[in-house]
Design a protein around this ligand. Sequence first.
Ligand code: SF4
Ligand code: SF4
Length: 240
Amino acid sequence: MCSGRVDLAFILRAFSNGTDGVCVIGCWPGECNYATGGNYHALNMVHLCKRLLEHIGINPERLMIDWCNASEGIRFADLMNNFSKKIKELGPLGKSEGIEKDKLSSRLEEVIKLVPYIKLVKKDKLSLHLDNVEEYKDLYTKEEIEQLLSEVVSYYIDPEKCQACGICRKRCPVEAISGEKNQIHVIDQDKCIRCGTCYESCPPRFAAVRKIIAEPVPSPIPEEERTIVRKGKISDSIGR
Ligand code: SF4
Ligand code: SF4
């Protein structure tokens, strides 16, 4: 697989599955096989991932990126031997970090859920192509990641304002919004990738989608209370 195809989520998932160390090996910088610079993207993403690991208490040395071309068998073997020696010294995941397995796993799951959001917020930086590979090391700072993860955005549909027009439901890229005709729509927070499309697409005259930053999202309105009673229809029935 091209190193450019290695997603942030793949690496975090490997750690979440109990892998003690992850090594990404790409073609040498400037020698991308597909001329797309996927290896630069991998380098960028690995440094972002290292910061995320550090944030949740995992030693970032457990993640490595390096370069090797198909004819460099000896180099490949050396890279692997050195990395596996380093991981053996660090011990099983969580041990040298002093974090219990369950705690580590729940921290990793939390970050994995935020991967689409992290990629969206950091899309400009993630698409940077720096000629000097050394510059990637300082591309993301500890403080930046702390801020990113402490100001996570959520979206909530205000049941008092939703008019069940269905626009947000149709535009949500992950089918996280449910609602029928004449029913207040609701966001499934577990499915939502926080893309903000519903917030942008809810008609301004309704403005029913709220953006919530670093605060808990209110519980969804119970299913039996979701039917919208239109004012016009009430007065019609009273008048009859
Ligand atoms: S923020 Fe995006 S993913 Fe979440 S409910 Fe709205 S449209 Fe769907
Ligand atoms: S677009 Fe707005 S008004 Fe329409 S269903 Fe979604 S939240 Fe409700």
